[in-house]
Design a protein around this ligand. Sequence first.
Ligand code: SAM
Length: 342
Amino acid sequence: MSYRYIGNKTRLLPILLDSFQKAVPTGATVADLMCGTASVSEALAQSGYRVIASDLMTFSAHHARVRLCIPEDPTFKEVGIGSYRNILDYLNQLRPIEGHFFKEYSPDGQPGNGQKPRKYFSSPNAAHIDAITAQLNDWVANGVLSEPENSLLRHDLVLASNRVANIAGTYGHHRSKWGNGSLSRLELRPTIFMRKQRIDHIVYQGPAEEIAPLVKADLCYIDPPYMKRQYAANYHIIETIARGDAPEAVGVSGLRPWRDQYSDFCSKVKIRNAFRSIFDSVECDQFMISYSEDGLLSEEQLLDLFSEVGEVTLEKFPFMRFRSNAGGQGGTVMEYLFHIKR
Ligand SMILES: C[S@@+](CC[C@H](N)C(=O)[O-])C[C@H]1O[C@@H](n2cnc3c(N)ncnc32)[C@H](O)[C@@H]1O
């Protein structure tokens, strides 16, 4: 699953796993409290760890459920139109609907707040997203989709939408000209399920500060945002796809109201207490924390903060900067991995 997500750790996985394996034995429980695309959670599970994954965002919870808790194609028995592949074929051929996505995010739509039409998706793709969402919501309302089945189809729809979105990196803005395959037809593709060693993992959704009291683990991995820009604002469109709702679309970019998913880790004033509230309430003696040289807090400030908890060591790796297609800084940046032992 290739996924352009700020801070996605796919390329760092070998280094991270090596450090995790030195810290705790296979079979131990590892919490991935800000799991994003769930790439680290999945790699941990594949290496034989039991994983507790969580994130603020709904789409992350779908990704984590799919990547951790579903061992094989679900049956979709209650839907009554056949196997997973039959369901995808059916959804891929749905008649388009001119609904919320068409109205708010396509060039032929008329945004509710009177802004100029937005170009996040071609008009046929936006109407196809509306049709699939309406069908999934209908199946949920009729009680025929199980939670894993619902997560799998929303996950597939997020990935399909990412492939045709007319954006330069994040959903903060759409591009003014069509680019990057954004005029190709949206297509749900089947997720391939690898044999899973275990599926006794747990997925939560919510602020890590509130999830922490529920967590008992041998190691806690924390991969917070390191910039001011909120994930809820950068990824508002896939959050709406994941929830299947039709919220007010605000401003030029059509942002969903996202204050309920505001992160204290994006505030220089609040980030220290946000970390402390996790350390204080989670039942765990070891922490691994990813951070970037470009982040809100410096290496020294983080070392000071983490020393309040226990003994701290630090590894550093050069890493390619996240770069939007529109340009940006590029080049390499130091990626930090702090290890705290209480
Ligand atoms: C750097 S990304 C994690 C990337 C992830 N490791 C991956 O490989 O995809 C940071 C994540 O933290 C989440 N986040 C931000 N604040 C949070 C909070 N207070 N509690 C839980 N998750 C939070 C964001 O939604 C985002 O998914």
